[in-house]
Write a protein that binds this ligand. Structure first.
Ligand code: SF4
Length: 255
């Protein structure tokens, strides 16, 4: 079943779902994706709610109005996923910010019971949850957002609310010490991130193995003012990549 179909479920189904769902607020489901876990075929689940307000966010429906999306019943997910055993490699848990949910470990155990690998997408603001998932061997791969150079002023500007980068730094340290694979990724919005920011961040992240530069997409951004901003062109993105590659192991550019 496609995301659109799931989202058009009747209100009565939605209410039943909320009562019976023990694994958190799953609001969206892509059955198969070749893009969300590089080199793997995955199903992608979206959990609602986020503690940040990035002006370029495209998932702001999930962030600002989570109750306008029906929650997908665990039973439906289970029966659908059973058909995917042997076809997809793993599950991507995305958001919103999945680490806000205390039931996240239960959700992951549910996926693992079906024999899937699990990738977590996170904004890095919940290092305790991240550490606990890693300690318990529940996740196989992490993609963590890095929104800006690691200082409170620039970071706060890029996430739309005042934040301290101490939690982000802790998450980075936890990932650096872990034995699983991980990548850092950054959306490069021209009004928020300039070449100097890329250089400063590259120096701060020296030694990181994988970094993904994500091109800014002006379509349907949380901040309407960004909808008329043109993304950096390919030459500029390649210039940023070159700067990062002086400090990190591998840098990929994604359109
Ligand atoms: S971290 Fe930012 S981009 Fe990601 S869901 Fe939250 S507000 Fe949107």
């Amino acid at each position: 079943m496609k995301l659109e179909a799931l989202q058009s479920m009747k209100q009565s189904d939605t209410m039943k779902t909320i009562d019976s769902c023990s694994v958190g607020q799953i609001k969206g489901f892509y059955e198969t994706s070749f893009l969300d876990w590089f080199g793997k075929i995955s199903s992608v689940f979206f959990l609602s709610g986020c503690n940040l307000r990035c002006p370029y966010c495209h998932n702001h429906g999930l962030v600002l109005k989570p109750h306008s999306f029906p929650t997908i019943p665990q039973q439906m997910i289970e029966s659908r996923l059973q058909e995917f055993v042997g076809w997809i490699d793993g599950i991507v848990i995305s958001g919103g910010e999945p680490c806000l949910y205390s039931q996240l470990p239960d959700l992951i155990k549910f996926f693992r019971k079906l024999s899937f690998l699990v990738k977590l997408d996170t904004n890095g603001t919940k290092p305790d949850m991240l550490a606990s998932l890693l300690d318990d061997g529940l996740i196989d791969y992490v993609a963590m957002d890095v929104k800006a150079p690691l200082d409170d002023i620039r970071y706060s500007r890029c996430v739309g609310i005042p934040v301290s980068v101490s939690h982000i730094k802790r998450s980075l340290a936890i990932l650096a010490q872990s034995e699983i694979g991980y990548e850092l990724r950054m959306t490069v919005c021209p009004t928020l991130i300039k070449e100097k920011d890329i250089k400063d961040l590259a120096i701060q992240l020296e030694g990181v193995q994988k970094f993904v530069l994500q091109a800014f997409n002006p379509k349907n951004t949380l901040d309407p003012d960004l909808r008329s901003v043109s993304p950096y062109d390919n030459d500029q993105m390649m210039e940023f990549k070159k700067i990062l590659e002086e400090y990190v192991g591998e840098c990929r550019v994604m359109a």
